[in-house]
Design a protein around this ligand. Structure first.
Ligand code: LLP
Length: 415
């Protein structure tokens, strides 16, 4: 469900041809579709119609200010994990009362900044963090609203690097420790426990793990009631998967229906933290073929985007569909699509069936809207590419291309 389609053999982003975008903005280029972002947000958020809920888009998926602003204008809250993400969210005009702050390592200054902003709540991941928030809030003569992040020990059946709700993962507190921490939270003078939180992993392609986590949380919730703690929010995290290749994740409507059923009889506001499902298929990465070559055992397509632009294939072995921007009839072959970086692990695809391409042709790497630009780096001193937002036949430069000066700007004092 996205607005990257071929018209007369040419790839378009909404009403603008990718070729035209490249003429103006060059490559590598991240192209986002505003209509797709809006449609994804609406589809997700409306799946929870009928119950009290708040969708907090997970900023880490795509933190471009244009994206945050657009979602915030549609009523989205934000899930943040750093002072930097808080800064971005506030700059984009997000209502602080719709911000939840997750993550295992919040620093003192970050906690202070979030309290000053007046965020909805902290998702707390350890006892020491709870004590730290109490201390900082005390110094400011404030009370901090918190949820404790439960680690429900549910297998999300996804890549091990993006599983977060297993016992062996660093995230959250197991149920027994959580109970002890809730007692502490209840008694700390500058803490107000208002919610329960969990996030079990990312790119989940079935509903069952979510429901299993929800059931465990529900049981836990009833134990909390006995402690005299009034829980108002249940945060189920993010994690709903998308189609990169042939995955068939549940539609948000299906997901929403199952969660609503699971919540029946509970007087709680549901919080959700979707990232990928909103942004993933709302963006592509456009790259240009520099060279092609054949080794005795492989064909290589060398392009101008690399692992510094999109690290997912190198880091997780992730699949991203790659197609030519110009659909031409040419024989197909198998090739590795690789970048210019000096690492064997620098590839966007391996042994990929693709039609034979020529030098200077453009390729589109799909499903790159989430965890694409946000995970980019300048490795090999490669200035990051530009980001553009297309809305119908309108284009906004969402982030200018970096230049060499951006590489050394923060080091100039050495001279
Ligand atoms: N909430 C919390 C607390 C999270 O840690 C995450 C993602 C989300 C929400 C959003 O999850 P989503 O709806 O996007 O699945 N870099 C990896 C993904 C890492 C996800 C980290 N946490 C990737 O490229 O696949």
């Amino acid at each position: 469900m996205h607005h990257f389609e071929y018209r007369d053999g040419q790839l378009f982003a909404e009403d603008i041809s990718i070729k035209d975008l490249v003429k103006e903005f060059d490559t590598p280029l991240y192209v986002y579709s505003a209509r797709t972002l809006r449609r994804h947000f609406q589809a997700f958020d409306s799946a929870f119609e009928g119950i009290s809920h708040l969708t907090c888009y997970s900023v880490k998926a795509n933190s471009n200010l244009c994206v945050l602003k657009m979602l915030s204008e549609m009523g989205s809250g934000m899930d943040i994990v750093s002072g930097g993400e808080l800064f971005r969210a506030l700059k984009a005009g997000v209502d602080p009362r719709k911000i939840v702050y997750s993550g295992v390592g919040k620093r003192e200054h970050e906690i202070r900044e979030a309290l000053i902003a007046g965020i909805l709540m902290f998702n707390v991941e350890s006892r020491q963090e709870l004590e730290k928030i109490n201390q900082v809030a005390g110094e400011m003569d404030m009370k901090a609203r918190i949820s404790l992040r439960i680690n429900p020990d549910v297998d999300p059946q996804t890549h091990p690097y993006i599983s977060t709700g297993l016992k062996k993962n660093k995230f959250g507190l197991d149920l027994e420790q959580a109970l002890e921490s809730y007692k502490l939270a209840r008694d700390l003078p500058h803490i107000e426990p208002v919610g329960i939180d969990c996030h079990i992993g990312s790119q989940l392609t079935s509903i069952e793990p979510f429901i299993e986590a929800l059931n465990r949380i529900k049981k836990f919730h009833s134990r909390l009631a006995g402690l005299g703690i009034a829980i108002k929010y249940l945060d189920l995290g993010g994690g709903l998967g998308i189609t990169y290749d042939e995955e068939t994740p549940p539609h948000p409507v299906e997901f929403g229906k199952a969660v609503k059923e699971g919540l029946q009889g509970l007087d709680l506001t549901l919080i959700l933290e979707p990232g990928r499902v909103i942004a993933g298929n709302a963006g592509i990465l456009v790259t240009r073929v520099l060279y092609t070559k054949q080794s005795p055992s492989k064909n290589f397509i060398i392009v101008d985007a690399a692992m510094n632009d999109l690290v997912r294939p190198s880091l997780y072995g992730s699949f991203h569909r790659i197609d030519c921007v110009d659909q031409k009839d040419a024989p197909a072959y198998k090739a590795d699509v690789v970048g210019p970086i000096c690492e064997t692990g620098d590839f966007l695809a391996q042994d990929r069936e693709i039609r034979q391409v020529e030098q200077d042709e453009l390729l589109a790497v799909f499903s790159a809207g989430a965890y694409g630009f946000t995970m980019s780096s300048q490795y090999n001193s490669r200035p990051r590419g530009a980001e553009v937002m297309v809305d119908g036949d309108k284009v906004t430069l969402a982030r200018r291309r970096e230049v060499y000066f951006d590489l050394v700007d923060l080091e100039e004092q050495c001279f």
